[in-house]
Design a protein around this ligand. Structure first.
Ligand SMILES: Cc1cc2nc3c(=O)[nH]c(=O)nc-3n(C[C@H](O)[C@H](O)[C@H](O)COP(=O)(O)OP(=O)(O)OC[C@H]3O[C@@H](n4cnc5c(N)ncnc54)[C@H](O)[C@@H]3O)c2cc1C
Length: 490
């Protein structure tokens, strides 16, 4: 028998980075938290390259030292061979002290976060699947669970747990969004399929870049090479659905090998190596739920939304949304804000963060690399796909000082992307060429600095300050994690 509580203050479904982060942050604030995870941990997961924001998160979790000493591969940046361009991106150029990140074997990393959650007082049960949710009106109030095979003689045990608040961090399975709300919408763009495997004895990027992610574009998509601390390299290709269809009779292994062959960067890395795993695939179509929260519940991480992995944004968005939910609940239970304020703040903050990556991603795909191929053509954002108003709002809110969007109303969508493309190019050029930056006049330098701030945030750091207030609220971490009121409406 497993003693899963019949009642808990907060129930978390899923023990990935999103669920473990939300649970830990809440337990550290004194909440009674129960977390149910369907798989037995450690379990395999794709998604190994982390953004520097993970340092801010583990600081909040009280796990920075544990992470630093765990032995994961340190990552100083990214190296992209994108069409004809080569871009070394160095997190060391960011301001502050979150200037690096890690490449992680996800089985180890997710286990590390879940064990930490346990150590902070979360009641963690793995091998326990949530199979049903009961509602009181719109409000989820109870979850039915089932103990999966292999669990200390408790296999088949069933029961249910009542809760005051639900955090659904069940990843792509999306217990709430897929089975109850039925509000997950797939973007027409980014209909890609990822194919990957693990190599040993590969080359590494040179010098201080040896821990960086390598990204190489090819006519049918792009590839990643992620060096891991166990001596292997995760090597994968993201290819458009139509391309995969056209290779119907080719094995996944050969599809991956053909893709590697077309990227000089990845081909060189794996040249001396040996493929030591099966080659597997997963559709990584991008999607978002119409609502990210409601009375009594939050959707966190992939349970709410997923984005093409080009920017390695998945774990960032999962842990960031977990932090937003935990801060909101903390202030709500302290009586500092109403439930409506908490939910509005979550909905808008998380959607902005998601849209920011979506806009950046779209522009990245649109920068004009290899447009002759239908892969790139297919990735271009169509106006019907994402609400133009949302995109414009995201862009306007995030790139300050953009004065002339109103002059381009007739074709705002195309203006948005050409403007983003221009700014990406400018930012990357100035990173490479500091002298050019120094020779700008005041206005030019101001724009370049605004751009640099924007791109820093896109690379994964998030600002926790009053200037970024949403509906007059912003995240404050001291003396405890909560939502603070901005002194004047921002
Ligand atoms: C090809 C590919 C490459 C990627 N590369 C990167 C990358 O380099 N960097 C990056 O940051 N992200 C990457 N991602 C995305 C990243 O993997 C996810 O965004 C991230 O894992 C989301 O974390 P999460 O906690 O929301 O969900 P998950 O990590 O998926 O965790 C969800 C958990 O919920 C559990 N669960 C599901 N249903 C139930 C249920 N009914 N009851 C109980 N438990 C349940 C699951 O077993 C799972 O453990 C990639 C994704 C793909 C597809």
């Amino acid at each position: 028998m497993i003693n899963i509580p019949e009642k808990t203050q907060v129930l978390v479904i899923g023990g990935g980075p999103g669920g473990a982060t939300a649970a830990t942050l809440l337990a550290r604030e004194g909440f009674e938290v129960t977390l149910l995870e369907a798989d037995r941990f450690p379990r395999y997961h794709i998604g190994e390259s982390l953004l520097p924001s993970i340092l801010q998160i583990v600081d909040l979790l009280g796990a920075r030292e544990k992470l630093e000493t765990h032995g994961f591969q340190r990552k100083n940046g990214a190296y992209l061979m994108w069409g004809r361009e080569t871009w070394p991106l160095n997190f060391g150029e960011l301001a502050g002290d979150h200037t690096y990140s890690f490449q992680v074997v996800r089985a180890d990393f997710d286990q590390f976060l879940l064990e930490h959650a346990r150590s902070q007082g979360v009641k963690v049960f793995d091998g326990v699947e949530v199979r049903s949710i009961e509602f009181d009106g719109e409000r989820p109030v109870r979850a039915g669970w089932f103990v999966k095979p292999g669990n200390n003689g408790a296999t088949g045990q069933q029961g249910s747990t009542g809760f005051e608040y639900l955090i659904d961090a069940s990843g792509r399975n999306g217990v709430m969004a897929n089975h109850y709300l039925r509000n997950r919408r797939y973007h027409k763009i980014f209909q890609n399929i990822a194919v990957w495997g693990y190599y040993t004895n590969t080359n590494r990027l040179p010098g201080s870049q040896q821990g960086d992610i390598a990204v190489g574009s090819i006519p049918s998509g792009w590839l990643w090479g992620i060096p891991l601390h166990d001596g292997t390299m995760s090597v994968g290709a993201v290819l458009h659905r139509d391309y995969i269809k056209s290779r119907r009779n080719v094995s996944l292994k050969n599809i991956l090998l053909e893709a590697i062959d077309q990227s000089p960067l990845i081909k060189d890395l794996v040249a001396p190596g040996e493929l030591i795993s099966e080659v597997v695939s997963e559709t990584d179509y991008s999607y978002a739920s119409e609502k990210f929260c409601g009375p009594g519940f939050f959707l966190v991480g992939d349970a709410a939304a997923f984005l093409d992995p080009l920017l390695s944004s998945g774990v960032h968005l999962a842990t960031f949304s977990a932090m937003l939910a935990a801060a909101g609940l903390n202030s709500f239970y302290q009586g500092e804000i109403s439930e409506t304020e908490m939910l509005n703040f979550y909905e808008e903050s998380y959607r902005q963060a998601y849209l920011r990556f979506l806009v950046f991603l779209s522009a990245f795909y649109d920068v004009g690399r290899g447009r002759d191929s239908y892969f790139w053509e297919a990735q271009r954002l169509t106006q019907e796909d994402v609400n133009e108003h949302d995109l414009k709002l995201a862009f306007l809110k995030l790139v300050t000082g953009l004065k002339d969007l109103s002059d381009a109303q007739s074709d705002a969508h195309h203006f948005l992307f050409s403007e983003m493309s221009r700014r990406i190019d400018q930012n990357l050029n100035f990173r490479k060429d500091k002298e050019a930056l120094a020779s700008l006049d005041d206005d030019g330098r101001q724009e370049a600095e605004e751009n640099a701030r924007f791109f820093s945030s896109v690379e994964g750091l998030f600002a926790l300050n009053e200037e970024d207030a949403v509906h007059g609220l912003y995240i404050a971490t001291s003396p405890r994690l909560h939502l603070a009121r901005a002194s004047k409406a921002v």
